[in-house]
Structure formats: structure tokens, C-alpha cells
Design a protein around this ligand. Structure first.
Ligand SMILES: Nc1ncnc2c1ncn2[C@@H]1O[C@H](COP(=O)(O)OP(=O)(O)OP(=O)(O)O)[C@@H](O)[C@H]1O
Ligand SMILES: [Mg+2]
Length: 333
């Protein structure tokens, strides 16, 4: 199926996720809309604390109390999964959608051989698979994710594998039942640059082979050009810009996206030079200013930005921006 036709694998509408704390209700994600088609990677980009993980946990229904999804719809293959109970969700997790978590090592049991963990992921969802068949499928999966000498590695424990190999095992577990949707939360942050590229290339290849939709969560806009077709930029729990990756990267509309791009490390830069950072920090959820949450850090902010929360406006094919100034500029252009 082409990346732009038919029912999306995932459609999120008006998602709002909150955490009740003694000091008040923290809004981790709000007004989030996002669609992902089969064979498409959509990157979700934003600084630390912007709500990326909260968004992914909401989709796979693993938000832990006192957190909860407070509003919205999460349509998986057209069916809203928000009303489903935990038993129904357990059936969907792994089989229809899977997640590679931000801390890969926490997904593995240190006391169990890695192959047995992948086999368990298969046996959990496919009741009539024999153990011998599950082991054969496991070896195929280890091969698929590029584990060398899988016949030997299959019986090794997590500590016997390098960080890159462990991450491949985690991906093999996520792909064990060929999910239609893969949520990858900073899947390569803990890895060095070479292994990072290999793991992302692997996800790209498997996406094409299995026809999955992928949500790639990252704080690194540098990865977006090579690995995503579309990008959603989030700031303080809200989507501030979305569009085709190439268009957003070459011609960013939101001042926040521009600032993120300006902060990308220059590969030719002397390593002793400090990295550029956007001045200021993401406002903590209980101290968000009225109006646009980026206004206090924004060089373009006008008085109205400090009182009105901007809505997303269309600014071109498949493109939207939530910024009073950018919307006006683009409308005039
Ligand atoms: N249990 C909780 N109690 C209070 N606040 C929480 C809780 N869980 C999440 N939050 C808040 O929700 C917001 C979003 O957090 P989240 O972990 O989703 O950010 P992130 O974009 O994934 O950041 P990072 O890049 O560091 O992984 C943060 O401001 C965080 O402080
Ligand atoms: Mg996170």
C-alpha cells in the first residue's frame, strides 16, 4: 500500500494525557493528532520533557497511574483501542503494535537467555506454535535483525552481548509477531553513532519488508532526514509543526523547529567547541505560561503570543504550524 492512501495503521485524535500530582494536574500531552500509514515512518521530535514518551505510552496504553489518558481516540487499523480493557490490550500489544523502549536494557531479563525471551514473545501470542517451531522462528528473527552466529547467540545471556546486539534483540522481540505498528522511543540514544545508523537502517529495512508503520521518537532532527517521511515537532506537550520531512527540514516554519535545526551539531565542528543550545528551557508542566508555551524563548514573539494559544493552521501540502507569526507570514507569501 502506498504511504498516503487508505486507512492509516494508526490515527490519534485529540489525545490528552495527564498526571495527577499532589501539586496539581500535569498535562504531559494535549490536543495531539497524528496519523501513520503502512510503510511510513513518522518522526516525533522535541526536547527532553516535551511529552514524547508520554505520547508513545499513551498509544500502547501503558501510562502508569497516577497518569492517565484523559481524552481523545486512538484508532488502530480503524478501531478505537481506548475503551478496551487490559486483557484485550495484552492481546494487541506485541501482535498488532509493539514498542521499543527508551531504555533497551530494561526490556530484557538478565537471567534468561536472549533467544528464550524472543521465543516467549512468539509463544505469548501464538498458542499453537510448538517450542521447536518458536526456536526456529527465533533464529530467523535473530538473522533478520543482523545478529551474527545466531545459533550460538540464541543461548547467551544479555550481559554477554554488546549494547548494539542487545538493542537488536529488543527489536527482534518487538517484531516477533509482525506488528502493523512499531513505536520506537529513542531506540538508539544509548548506542554509538555507527551502531545507531545500523539499527535505524535495520528498522527502515524491516518496515519495508513487513509493511509496518513506524513512529520514530527522537530529540535528534539529524536522524529525521534519513529515516522519516514525515515529522511532527512537539513542544511542551503540544504539536507545533507537522509536515513532510524534507519540507520541514529545508523550510521550517515554527520558530521552535528553526531553533532545533540551528542547534544541530555540525559534523565538521571542532569537538572542543560547545554545542549551541536554544536559550531557556521547556517550561515545566505546572508552570506553563498562558499563550504560546514557546513565547518566553522566542525571538519572534509578539504581545498576542503571550495570551493566545495558537492553533494548528495549514501552510502547504500536508503541512501545519501552530504559530501566530509563522501562520501570518505564510498566508501572505
Ligand atoms: N509520573 C509523573 N509525574 C509528574 N510528571 C510527569 C510524570 N510522568 C511524566 N511527567 C511529565 O510529563 C512531561 C513529559 O514527559 P516525557 O517523559 O513524555 O518527555 P520526553 O519528551 O519523553 O523526554 P525525554 O526526551 O527526556 O525522554 C514531562 O514534563 C514530565 O515531567
Ligand atoms: Mg522520553
Amino acid at each position: 500500500m502506498s504511504a498516503s492512501t487508505g486507512e492509516p495503521v494508526l490515527r490519534v485524535e485529540g489525545l490528552r494525557t495527564v498526571v495527577e500530582t499532589p501539586r496539581g494536574t500535569v498535562t504531559a500531552v494535549t490536543d495531539m493528532d497524528l496519523s501513520v500509514h503502512a510503510g511510513e515512518t513518522v518522526a516525533v521530535v522535541g526536547e527532553s520533557g516535551s511529552g514524547k514518551s508520554a505520547f508513545a505510552y499513551s498509544i500502547i496504553r501503558l501510562v502508569q497511574p497516577p497518569g492517565r489518558v484523559a481524552a481523545g481516540r486512538i484508532l488502530l487499523g480503524g478501531r478505537d483501542i481506548l475503551p478496551l480493557d487490559e486483557a484485550a490490550m495484552r492481546d494487541i500489544r506485541g501482535r498488532e503494535m509493539a514498542m521499543v523502549f527508551q531504555e533497551p536494557s530494561t526490556s530484557l531479563n538478565p537471567l534468561m537467555p536472549v533467544g528464550a525471551q524472543v521465543a516467549e514473545a512468539i509463544l505469548l501470542h501464538e498458542k499453537d506454535v510448538t517450542r521447536a517451531h518458536a526456536r526456529a522462528r527465533t533464529l530467523d528473527l535473530l538473522r533478520l535483525v543482523g545478529i551474527p552466529a545466531p545459533e550460538r547467540r540464541v543461548d547467551e545471556y544479555p550481559h554477554q552481548l554488546s549494547g548494539g546486539m542487545r538493542q537488536r534483540i529488543v527489536i527482534a522481540m518487538a517484531l516477533a509477531c509482525r506488528p502493523a505498528l512499531l513505536l520506537a522511543d529513542e531506540p538508539t540514544t544509548a548506542l554509538d553513532v555507527t551502531v545507531q545508523a545500523q539499527v535505524l537502517d535495520l528498522i527502515d529495512r524491516l518496515k519495508a519488508e513487513l509493511g509496518m508503520g513506524v513512529v520514530l521518537i527522537t530529540h535528534d532532527l539529524g536522524l529525521v532526514a534519513d529515516h522519516a517521511q514525515r515529522v511532527a515537532v512537539i513542544y511542551a506537550g503540544r504539536k507545533v509543526e507537522e509536515g513532510p520531512a524534507e519540507a520541514v527540514l529545508s523550510d521550517p516554519a515554527h520558530p521552535y523547529t528553526r531553533a532545533l535545526l540551528a542547534c544541530r551539531p555540525d559534523p565538521w565542528q571542532d569537538a572542543s567547541q560547545p554545542l549551541v543550545e536554544i536559550p531557556g528551557v521547556v517550561p515545566p508542566p505546572l508552570a506553563r505560561p498562558p499563550g504560546c508555551a514557546f513565547a518566553p524563548r522566542c525571538a519572534m514573539a509578539e504581545p498576542a503570543c503571550r495570551s493566545v494559544i495558537p492553533t494548528l493552521n495549514p501552510i502547504g501540502p500536508g503541512r501545519q504550524v501552530a504559530c501566530l507569526v509563522a501562520s501570518r507570514e505564510r498566508a501572505a507569501a
